[in-house]
Design a protein around this ligand. Structure first.
Ligand code: ADP
Ligand code: ASP
Ligand code: MG
Length: 421
């Protein structure tokens, strides 16, 4: 008998019938002898709908109130799931993030978990009840206000709860059968991978594969919590995220490429005609850092006539503030032009075995060239190659790279539900 944390994403609890199906799965797990603590997301696209509602009321809603609004989504799903479990003759108790002991920083919309004190959750389990915890929320240690962890943050709630409860494992239930070699919504030939390392999953999540929240993978790696990503719509075992290429104690071969990720949420800024002398780049990036703009790729061109261009990518949501800061400081930085482009995509291939395999870049660029796709920027790490392309080329770029590395599966990947929103 063990303790397992289950997390159910929005598409798994999208309507009453889905909630009842999930309740059944939880009860089956309990019948098989395990204790279960559950983390649940808001039903279907509720979070997006609440954001739309807020924007209709105010184009710039106060962050405190937006968090209060968004946490209501998970309150609905946790309560109805508890009801569905009760209907099956089992005790269940729902808890908000604050009640479950999730203490966070005060940063609304992107709060970090500082501590988890799950006293009420352990009590519920000891009483023979199934605790249901609202995902992606907590309470600020300083302000005592309700906070959210950022979009997709219920995955992080689940891993943090599993670590705090010293659970044996954490299972993330979603609308696809596990982690695939590319997003099955855009690459139907994607294949499910049986196992992937934390290291590779971190790179994939950081580069747009939203199947797991980035911080959940960081948390799992830090606490050594084995994670399983599986579907709530099938009995497939899913994908194990762990520290090495091993399944049930047996080593398996690491693939050269474990996955191809794409990200359509980045934008590109080019600062043209910057004087090529010490201190110019520092001035630009200090200003952006002070404005808390997150930068991703950075490229500086060779200079001509003492002038150069600096191009960087950033989250689209940081675009306005970055442009404003740069414009305000045009005089101190000293540049001629400023261009903003959000019709770009970042496509990244990730694989730990890239370290020992030459020719990965050559295969990648040949595949893109043969597909007639222009590469605008390139960046690499030891286990990743990323390129920036036109947004409209993203799907074809992912598919071309996927095929070039022999990753295409025979059948088509199944996407069970969800709108991909
Ligand atoms: P949930 O609501 O369950 O949290 P998400 O929508 O956040 O689900 O994440 C699941 C989705 O992640 C899938 O439907 C799929 O479109 C997308 N995805 C992106 N990259 C991958 C990948 N490499 N493997 C599997 N799914 C992926
Ligand atoms: N409901 C939140 C969201 O849609 C949190 C989550 O589902 O992980 O982002
Ligand atoms: Mg998610």
């Amino acid at each position: 008998m063990g303790l397992v944390v289950h997390k159910y994403g929005g598409s798994s609890v999208a309507d009453a019938a889905s909630v009842r199906r999930v309740a059944q799965r939880i009860v089956e797990t309990v019948k098989n002898g395990d204790d279960v603590a559950v983390v649940v997301s808001a039903m279907g696209d509720t979070t997006d709908e609440l954001i739309d509602l807020a924007e209709q009321v105010s184009p710039n809603p106060p962050a405190r109130e937006l968090d209060m609004l968004l946490t209501a989504g998970e309150r609905i799903s946790m309560a109805v799931l508890a009801m569905a479990i009760a209907d099956l003759g089992y005790q269940a108790r729902s808890y908000t993030g604050s009640q479950a002991g999730f203490i966070t920083t005060a940063a609304h919309g992107s709060a970090k978990i500082i501590d988890v004190t799950p006293g009420r959750i352990t009590e519920a389990i000891a009483d023979g009840a199934i605790p249901i915890v609202a995902g992606f929320q907590g309470v600020s240690q300083d302000t005592k206000d309700v906070t959210t962890l950022g979009r997709g943050g219920s995955d992080t709630t689940a891993v943090a709860l599993a670590a705090a409860l010293n659970a044996d494992r954490c299972e993330i239930y979603t609308d696809v059968d596990g982690i695939f070699s590319a997003d099955p919504r855009i690459a139907p030939k994607a294949r499910k991978v049986p196992v992937i390392t934390y290291e590779e999953m971190l790179e994939l999540a950081a580069n747009g594969a939203k199947v797991l929240h980035l911080r959940c993978v960081e948390y799992a790696r830090r606490s050594g919590m084995p994670l399983r990503v599986r579907s709530s719509f099938s009995d497939s075992l899913g994908t194990l995220v762990t520290s090495s290429y091993e399944l049930e104690g047996v080593a398996v071969e690491a693939p050269i490429i474990s996955g191809v990720a794409h990200d359509l949420a980045e934008a590109k800024i080019t600062i043209g005609g910057v004087r090529d002398e010490p201190g110019r780049a520092a001035a630009v990036f200090e200003l952006l850092a002070d404005a808390e703009v997150n930068l991703d790729m950075i490229v500086q061109n060779v200079s001509a006539a003492g002038l150069t261009d600096i191009t960087f990518t950033l989250p689209m949501s940081h675009g306005d503030i970055a442009l404003a800061v740069l414009r305000e400081n045009k005089g101190n930085i000293g540049f001629e032009t400023l261009a903003y482009d959000d019709k770009v995509a970042k496509v990244s291939l990730v694989g730990a075995a890239m370290r020992s395999h030459p020719g990965v870049s050559a295969t990648t660029f040949r595949a893109l060239a043969d597909a007639g796709i222009n590469v605008e920027m390139i960046s690499t790490s030891e286990i990743r190659i990323s390129v920036v392309t036109r947004a409209e080329d993203a799907t074809r770029a992912v598919q071309a790279i996927h095929t070039a590395f022999g990753l295409d599966a025979d059948g088509e990947a199944v996407v069970y539900a969800g709108t991909g929103r």
